[in-house]
Write a new protein. Structure first.
Ligand code: SF4
Ligand code: SF4
Length: 268
């Protein structure tokens, strides 16, 4: 019988893969996230969850530069990265199971769930996973801010019953938004980012920014009332990845976090 691998061996292997795959940001921490709503905590995804792994790859800064095709460039970059990150999440989860424990990949965007109040959300909040593993802090724009890559990181993750040794790279302070910065609040064209409420109105943002022309809206709204799980599946089948384009990313492009100078990166 093949022996189970030790968590330290697994982490060594994960770091090797991350190096080979040019994944610059990687963190491991305990599966806390107690403030998440019931049904969307690590222990809801996998009973007995003990550790979180979260990692990130930055979209190039130039993709967000105002240019004739920047929306399309960001759209394509993000969709390629979702696949790459999701693939790595599955690979890392399978590797972690070599310890004899269980592991579940946490995907970057789709598939999404409908929670009945605030609308769509992932099965586990990757942004909070990023905070829990120390690789960044959630900013006023609702995104994970990282000292080196600002708001441009796209994330992958795993939740597992294995007890993995804590790890973080790069080592950086993550102080979060300066108290007086409101650049993303001012840049948002629909007022979805509020300083006072310290949250992003996700529905307001999505109504403006998400274009999913293949999604049959009427059928979706009908199902939402009658059979929410069927509505969820319809959304995941018709709006997934390339089938949705986000036509606004001003809260990313304008955010100066992680820049050498405290100037907006690219203002439109
Ligand atoms: S993506 Fe655009 S609409 Fe949505 S919160 Fe950011 S700036 Fe506002
Ligand atoms: S623009 Fe300023 S307030 Fe908004 S997320 Fe970036 S650092 Fe925070």
């Amino acid at each position: 019988m093949q022996r189970a691998m030790e968590p330290t061996e697994i982490m060594h292997r994960i770091r090797e893969i991350a190096d080979a795959e040019d994944v610059p940001v990687l963190g491991v921490g305990p599966a806390g996230m107690k403030d998440e709503q019931p049904g969307y905590r690590p222990q809801d995804l996998i009973p007995g969850a003990r550790s979180l792994l979260c990692f990130g790859i930055p979209v190039p800064r130039g993709a967000y530069r105002p240019a004739p095709y920047s929306t399309e460039t960001v759209w394509r970059s993000q969709n390629l990265y979702y696949r790459r990150l999701d693939g790595l999440s599955v690979r890392f989860a399978a590797l972690i199971e070599e310890t004899g424990e269980s592991a579940v990949p946490v995907f970057g965007c789709y598939p999404l769930a409908l929670n009945g109040k605030d609308g769509v959300l992932g099965y586990l909040n990757q942004l909070r996973m990023g905070e829990a593993t120390g690789i960044g802090s959630v900013g006023r724009n609702g995104l994970l801010l990282n000292a080196r890559y600002g708001a441009r990181l796209m994330l992958g993750g795993v939740v597992t019953t294995a007890s993995l040794p804590a790890f973080r790279r790069p080592e950086s302070e993550e102080p979060g938004c300066p108290p007086d910065c409101q650049i993303c609040v001012e840049e948002c064209p629909v007022g979805a980012i509020s300083v006072d409420k310290e949250r992003v109105d996700q529905q307001r943002c999505l109504r403006f920014a998400a274009k999913a022309p293949l999604m049959p809206k009427l059928r979706y709204l009908l199902l939402l009332k009658l059979r929410p799980r069927a509505a969820e599946r319809l959304m995941n089948l018709t709006a997934m990845d390339e089938h949705t384009m986000h036509v606004c990313s001003r809260c990313v492009s304008a955010c100066p976090y992680g820049q050498d100078s405290w100037e907006p990166a690219f203002r439109r």
